[in-house]
Design a protein around this ligand. Structure first.
Ligand code: TRP
Length: 334
């Protein structure tokens, strides 16, 4: 069985863009692959953050992933497997400084941070972030990594690191991980459909997957439809986004009927919105209920995740024992 690995930052709450674009796909991959999914709390330390909030958000994200259908045995918290950090150090001596300086995400993030606060500290961790990501992947000898296109360059770096490691130490130790760009719906901001749904844009720009139904309905009702910038005869991005959400919710029949109305020039946006809101309400209500069940057993669920992290850690330790041997570090006793 091939191995899949992916990670998600503990941003607080999952939004429907994360769900349709990534998490739903992860849930499906569990049927075919040995899966390692991880909440990457070490990665969240690369930009300014609050310690108490980080811990809270890490558990929050783990619970939400479970509610979405990630199996507890496939889920863990990155920092509960500290071997990731050790492998990242070793790989940082294989990665080149030059290739890291070409990472566009580092440049973008550093610029964004400086825009908000020109005196902000740009950490070395933000710069070496992709090496830690490579460690996340390689430590499990993963073959496939389901990620968005924005992670393509990081994946390429992971492959280069694996290849260089194998070459430098003269053996085929790490499989070269490949990105898995599954076609997933790209959900846009309801308030500004020119941009991808994202928490960093602000409250209006994302729909919380575990939000209150009334609030979700309100956000759909006030979603931007016509901005007047779509070329004549072409569907505006806001309307296309509503259709995309409907389809992502699995409402294919309603989608087809409304799409036919659109092409016949008789679609009422109010009706489209109503249908989308109903579809999202049905989906999110079920997810919210599952989350409530998990939260009612908080202690038990946390213990379960700690246990799965410990099992996964055993695998990571095995990799580290082998890697330490290969690279010439002194053997650890026990
Ligand atoms: N950098 C990824 C992102 O921002 C998150 C991530 C961390 C990741 N480690 C990973 C993704 C390992 C895939 C595999 O989305």
């Amino acid at each position: 069985m091939k191995t899949v690995m992916s990670g998600i930052q503990p941003t607080g709450d999952l939004h429907i863009g994360n769900y349709f674009g990534a998490v739903q796909n992860w849930v499906r991959l569990q049927e075919t692959y040995r899966c390692y999914f991880c909440v990457v709390d070490y990665h969240s330390m690369t930009i300014p953050y609050e310690p108490a909030k980080l811990r809270e958000n890490t558990w929050k994200m783990a619970f939400q992933l479970l509610a979405c259908g990630i199996k507890p045995e496939n889920l863990f918290i990155q920092s509960l497997v500290p071997e990731h950090a050790e492998l990242a150090w070793i790989l940082s001596c294989v990665a080149s400084y030059g290739e890291l300086t070409r990472m566009t995400q580092f440049k973008d993030k550093a610029e964004q941070l400086k825009e908000k606060d020109k005196d902000v500290l740009i950490s070395a961790g933000l710069f070496t972030y992709p090496i830690l990501q490579a460690a996340d992947i390689l430590i499990y000898h993963a073959h496939y990594v389901p990620v968005g296109k924005d992670q393509e360059q990081h994946l390429e770096l992971s492959r280069n690191i694996a290849q260089r490691f194998n070459h430098q130490y003269g053996r085929d130790y790490f499989p070269l991980p490949e990105p898995l760009f599954t076609e997933t719906p790209k959900i846009l901001s309801p308030a500004d459909p020119a941009r991808k749904m994202s928490k960093s844009l602000g409250e209006k720009h994302y729909i919380n997957l575990f939000g209150e139904e009334a609030h979700i309905r309100k956000q759909i009702r006030s979603a931007v439809t016509d901005t007047g910038d779509a070329p004549p005869g072409q569907m505006s991005p806001g309307v296309a986004n509503l259709f995309e959400i409907l389809r992502a919710c699995g409402q294919i029949d309603a989608y087809n009927v409304l799409m036919a109305d659109y092409h016949a020039g008789k679609l009422r946006y109010s009706q489209l919105k109503e249908t989308v809101a109903d579809a999202l309400a049905a989906l999110t209500t079920a997810l919210r209920e599952r989350l409530q069940h998990l939260e009612a057993e908080k202690k038990k669920v946390k213990a379960q995740l700690e246990a799965s992290s410990a099992v996964i850690r055993e695998f990571a330790r095995k990799t580290l024992r082998e890697v330490r041997e290969i690279v010439g570090l002194t053997s650890l006793k026990a």
